[in-house]
Design a protein around this ligand. Sequence first.
Ligand code: AMP
Length: 273
Amino acid sequence: MRVFSSHKELLKSVDSNKQVGLVPTMGSLHKGHLSLVERALSENEKVIVTIYVNPTQFNDISDLKKYPRNLESDLDKLRDYKNIFIYSPTDEDLYEEVVSKNYDLENLDKILEGKYRPGHFNGVATIVEKLFDIFNPNNAYFGEKDFQQLSVIKTMVKKLSISVNIISCETIREADGLAMSSRNKHMTSEERLIAGKINKFMIKVKEIYKNKKIDKVPISIIDELDSLKNCKLEYFEIENLSKHSSSLTDEGDRIFIACWIGKTRIIDNLALR
Ligand code: AMP
């Protein structure tokens, strides 16, 4: 493992003839991130893991400030892997001016997360395009945990004709079904128990969908979830994201959820087909 804060220094160390996989992260690594790293290592000769809390994708400054950062512990988790290069830059190494570009994401940045986090997906696309431009990876790995983000990146890549394979990786969950997330550590033990129920609600919707192809979550389920202690629902919707971007092939119906458990915002999704 080698750690770089300068992309120019990192590039000097990676043999450009090798097949390179890129795993962008914001750090505070957990097993979900490590599953991406391991998949990338199994499919590439060299893997670049980026650890950078990207300011342009935060629409709320207090969220950016409290986002967990722990580089030393992240490096400990990556230390035993061979053939990985860690890029942990300052803002200056990436941005001349810390602002987002504007992308044509059709309707993708107007629904679900896009509705609740205006500007978020332009920020994500900005940093991901920069990383593709700098490292020119053969393959780039993203989690289905952030399924809408994955679709935004596929759309951006297609529209800008960037030559990279976008590899989607399954969501890694805790034993009770909660999707692993860097934000989970903010919850109290009582909140954590409630958060564990979210996946069960998604599975309940999936069961109903199997028998009768619904296009909306039944109101009784929305009410039941919303009435959980400390839970404030933002959305709980069935969507097929390919209807919102002409760059996507059929992604299939999925259930998407965002809710606050206390002061922690949780997002998750599940394929219905
Ligand atoms: P983040 O550090 O939250 O920006 O996530 C970096 C990458 O890891 C993104 O592609 C996420 O979708 C992915 N990721 C985060 N949590 C999980 C998880 N529980 N399972 C699989 N991938 C994940």
